[in-house]
Design a protein around this ligand. Structure first.
Ligand SMILES: *[C@@H]1O[C@H](CO)[C@@H](O)[C@H](O)[C@H]1NC(C)=O
Ligand SMILES: *[C@@H]1O[C@H](CO)[C@@H](O)[C@H](O)[C@H]1NC(C)=O
Ligand SMILES: *[C@@H]1O[C@H](CO)[C@@H](O)[C@H](O)[C@H]1NC(C)=O
Ligand SMILES: *[C@@H]1O[C@H](CO)[C@@H](O)[C@H](O)[C@H]1NC(C)=O
Ligand SMILES: *[C@@H]1O[C@H](CO)[C@@H](O)[C@H](O)[C@H]1NC(C)=O
Ligand SMILES: *[C@@H]1O[C@H](CO)[C@@H](O)[C@H](O)[C@H]1NC(C)=O
Ligand SMILES: *[C@@H]1O[C@H](CO)[C@@H](O)[C@H](O)[C@H]1NC(C)=O
Ligand SMILES: *[C@@H]1O[C@H](CO)[C@@H](O)[C@H](O)[C@H]1NC(C)=O
Ligand SMILES: CC(=O)N[C@H]1CO[C@H](CO)[C@@H](O)[C@@H]1O
Ligand SMILES: [Cu+2]
Length: 590
């Protein structure tokens, strides 16, 4: 047999292999329905995907097409967002409520269909309508195309670890309250427990016998695929007596980074190798909250535990990890800022040196006047409002932003998001000295977008402010990964700090915790036409309007031009019969 092929034959074979052998269509059905569960306290009716919590894990290979038929049999409006997926040429599939689509209303369905290319690792899918992602979420695992190894030793097993919060009682805000408007008249829901893979473990009396339990073989290495799906809490993660080696963040490979503690903001993921290299025994893993807005040191309260059990272990008293204090900013910052990207690794692209759009975005909370005859919970008796360059984002109500853009429908948004805040001030040490300072606390409510030329390089300095309080806000960009060129505390110094940016091997992410009272410098290439949200991934800050949206214009070719929406894209028409308030007996006692 002649094994030698001529050039063109080899090329054709390659094409065949890459399109047939490598790219599969992975198809799933998501039944969104309300189920009765009892994870902790009393039985509760909550929305779920297919009745499981967390929802189903989706496994694909890079290059595959994912097709998910979402059938909404719940009583809520929903969308599903594929958090961190680029959605190249599939911008209508991003699932951002009122940005790329109207919600799938109760009794309706919609099919998400998109390719997953140029990224590998762990991501998550979640609902993107008010706080429904509390229970509607799951893992999205992207493995290399067949035959391509990981850029690290092959693990013995892979273990997803999904962290979330459980609320008792559970309620949703989308029943009787306007999403953006009067929402923050009452406090955010109080979390009653954090859960590891749906289990609260032995820190809670009624879940003592339900603890996540990982059996390991001594000497073997496991790939932990860790997801923080909590609504509003940054979480520390540790395993007693063991180090872990981070190999990817937000489905981008990193230089291997050894650590005994991790920090994940809501929406972030970490892939880490863990070797069972300690004496035979039992070891706790634990998660505990990180709250950067608090000044006083607070020990972690009641960390949530899971168990690692070495096969053949006889001891029955597991070793406990010592968790960081709740406001341990240095530990959080070291982990977040120290990791570098795997320059030259799979899917790596060098940092573009030329910047076309330079933005400084002041980010944090501000205030919105309390309506007459109401009692508001914010400072000065006002309501909280988000502020990005002094704008509070207001979601459109009748038509998604992307449809308004695509069909050129006016009066839905204004394309005026500024490249600078309206005024320079000492951002992190805000004090009210003048009337103009006072006005700075009350941002303008708008649906404001920023248009980017196709393929332009955008640099955003995100500067946290102390207008209400300095706090770490995890900023999430849809449609792109950004390079994180630098981090710091205080006000960004365009001379000194600019010199220290990492343009060689910065980490790349889709969600970044901006240091409390500090800044990050992000850079991305706007090579994906469509409308993309940039927002805080603390769910409670979404209705406050810590959001803006980029409109990326079409490129010069059909390949770089936005497609029309699919014919079944949900519309916002209102049918009054199906909007009965599902949670009339909301408990407001806290
Ligand atoms: C969800 O449940 C349906 C049946 O109700 C099933 O056909 C489907 O495969 C399930 N999806 C996943 C991702 O497990
Ligand atoms: C979903 O609702 C439809 C229409 O009401 C019904 O036919 C179907 O059985 C429901 N499916 C599930 C899984 O509840
Ligand atoms: C964890 O890593 C640190 C730094 O590399 C090292 O000093 C320490 O001994 C390691 N601990 C374990 C349990 O391997
Ligand atoms: C890692 O953290 C240490 C301690 O905070 C710091 O000295 C070092 O410069 C950091 N390295 C990188 C690459 O950020
Ligand atoms: C969009 O609408 C505006 C105002 O209605 C009009 O001036 C403009 O020419 C339209 N643009 C396109 C591309 O249709
Ligand atoms: C911020 O917006 C508010 C509301 O429109 C306005 O009163 C205030 O002057 C703005 N701040 C600055 C510095 O422009
Ligand atoms: C985008 O810009 C890069 C760098 O300038 C260039 O190499 C590339 O061809 C451009 N892509 C398209 C699709 O125009
Ligand atoms: C569901 O979505 C429709 C269309 O956007 C909207 O009119 C309706 O108010 C929403 N219902 C709830 C309960 O939020
Ligand atoms: C809102 C909605 O679709 N509700 C349906 C859910 O499923 C049950 C039974 O399958 C139907 O009776 C509801 O009408
Ligand atoms: Cu926030």
């Amino acid at each position: 047999m002649n094994h030698r092929l001529h050039g063109i034959e080899a090329f054709l074979l390659l094409v065949l292999f890459s399109s047939i052998a490598y790219a599969a269509i992975v198809e799933h059905v998501f039944h969104v329905k309300n189920v009765l569960v009892k994870p902790l306290c009393k039985e509760q009716m909550i929305p779920s995907v297919n009745g499981t919590l967390p929802g189903p894990t989706i496994n694909v290979r890079e290059g595959d097409t994912l097709v998910v038929h979402v059938i909404n049999n719940s009583t809520y409006n929903i969308t599903i967002h594929w958090h961190g997926v680029f959605q190249l040429k599939s911008t209508w599939m991003d699932g951002a409520n009122m940005i790329t689509q109207c919600p799938i209303q109760p009794g309706n369905k919609f099919t998400y269909r998109f390719d997953i290319t140029g990224q590998e690792g762990t991501l998550l899918w979640h609902a993107h309508v008010v706080n429904l992602r509390a229970t509607l979420h799951g893992a999205l695992i992207i493995r290399p195309r067949s035959c391509r190894p990981y850029p690290f030793p092959k693990p013995y097993k892979e273990v997803p670890l999904i962290f979330r919060k459980h609320y008792c009682p559970f309620f949703f805000w989308n029943d009787d309250l306007n999403y953006v408007g009067i929402l923050n008249l009452r406090p955010a829901p109080i979390s009653d427990a954090y859960l590891i893979n749906g289990l609260a473990g032995d820190s809670f009396p009624c879940s003592k016998n339900r603890m996540f339990n990982l059996k390991v073989v001594q000497g073997k290495t496991y790939l932990l695929r860790i997801i923080n799906a909590a609504l509003n809490t940054h979480l520390f993660f540790k395993i007693a007596n063991h180090n872990m080696t981070v190999v990817a963040l937000d489905a981008v490979y990193t230089t291997p980074y050894i650590t005994d503690v991790m920090l994940l903001t809501p929406g972030q993921t970490v892939d880490a190798l863990f070797t069972a290299d300690q004496p035979m025994g039992m070891y706790y893993m634990a998660i505990s909250p990180y709250t950067s807005a608090h000044g006083v040191p607070v020990p972690p309260s009641n960390p949530i535990r899971g168990l690692i059990v070495y096969e053949g272990a006889t001891s029955s008293s597991p070793v406990l990890p010592l968790m960081p204090y709740m406001n341990d900013i240095p530990t959080a910052h070291r982990f977040s800022s120290n990791i570098t990207g795997l320059a030259g690794g799979p899917h790596w692209k060098p940092v573009p040196r030329h910047v076309d759009e330079k933005m400084l975005v002041t980010m944090g909370l501000g205030l919105d006047p309390c309506p007459p005859k109401t009692k508001c919970i914010g400072p000065l008796g006002q309501r909280y409002a988000g502020s990005l360059n002094n704008y509070t984002f207001v979601l459109p109500e009748r038509l998604s932003l992307q449809e308004a853009y695509f069909y050129n429908i006016s009066e839905v948004y204004t394309d005026d998001f500024p490249n600078q805040p309206p005024r320079k001030f000492d951002y992190t040490n805000f004090e009210i000295r003048t009337d103009s300072d006072f006005k700075m606390m009350f941002p303008e409510r708008k649906t404001s977008t920023k248009t980017l030329k196709f393929n332009s390089t955008v640099e955003i300095i995100v500067q946290n402010t102390g207008i209400v309080t300095t706090e770490s806000h995890p900023m999430h960009l849809h449609g792109f990964n950004f390079y994180v060129l630098g981090f710091g505390f205080g006000n960004y110094d365009p001379i000194h700090d600019a010199r220290k940016l990492n343009l060689v091997n910065p980490q790349m992410r889709n969600t970044i915790g901006v240091p409390p009272g500090g800044w990050v410098v992000l850079r991305f290439v706007a090579n994906n036409p469509g409308v993309w949200m940039f927002h805080c991934h603390m769910d409670a800050h979404l209705p406050y309007g810590v959001i803006m949206a980029f409109i990326v214009q079409n490129g010069p070719t059909p390949e770089t031009t936005m497609l029309p929406p699919p014919s079944d894209l949900p519309q916002c028409t209102r049918d009054p019969t199906i909007y009965e308030s599902p949670t009339a007996n909301v408990d407001l006692s806290y």
